[in-house]
Design a protein around this ligand. Structure first.
Ligand code: DAT
Length: 176
């Protein structure tokens, strides 16, 4: 059931690495007092992984362990989940799924300055070019809760945070 009986909404912010998820989630958490759950950080600090993927240069997350770890918080509501994947969470957890998108040249510069190179850089650029996260979100959640937002410049961050804050403030529990 949409809403799942929670008193505050859960939002998933997804998108290719470098599109601005963590920056956006952190400002949105400050503005709304929702809890920011940075999945990548949690996987590292709580060891919710099965080692290191040499090819993709990242931890191999154990999706089941991650979902078990955050389940109680998600059922309570009031969370902003920040992750570059979205097809393994229970669908009913989220009231809104935001997919951040960035123009190719802008993203290329951001990822390069983060030190990405070789296959890691190419894979992430292809992920954005082929709109992998938008497709994944649309095939995993109801179409009307999936919202693509541009994240090219600082003005986009401010306007995205303002739009989402407004949505949170107007959200009402199902049936109220
Ligand atoms: P993600 O969490 O999606 O990997 P991030 O929030 O860590 O992305 O941002 C990566 C870098 O890009 C960081 O230095 C902040 C910058 N950035 C992100 N979104 C931006 C935007 N809309 N305008 C300008 N810079 C942005």
């Amino acid at each position: 059931m949409a809403g799942g009986g929670r008193m505050r909404p859960n939002i998933l912010v997804t998108g290719t690495p470098g599109t601005g998820k963590t920056t956006t989630c952190s400002l949105l958490a400050d503005a709304t007092q929702l809890r920011h759950i940075n999945v990548g950080d949690l996987v590292k600090t709580k060891n919710l992984h099965e080692g290191w993927d040499e090819e993709f240069d990242c931890h191999i997350m154990n999706e089941e362990l991650l979902c078990d770890e955050i389940e109680d918080k998600m059922e309570d509501g009031g969370n902003i989940v920040d992750y570059h994947g979205c097809d393994f969470f229970p669908e009913h957890w989220f009231d809104r799924v935001v997919v951040l998108q960035t123009d190719n040249s802008v993203l290329y510069d951001r990822l390069s300055s983060r030190g990405y190179m070789g296959a890691k850089l190419t894979n992430n650029m292809e992920c954005e070019i082929f709109q992998v996260l938008l497709e994944e979100a649309r095939s995993s959640y109801a179409g009307d809760i999936v919202i693509p937002l541009q994240s090219n410049c600082v003005e986009d961050i401010s306007s995205n945070v303002a739009t989402l804050t407004n949505w949170v403030n107007n959200w009402r529990p199902v049936g109220s």
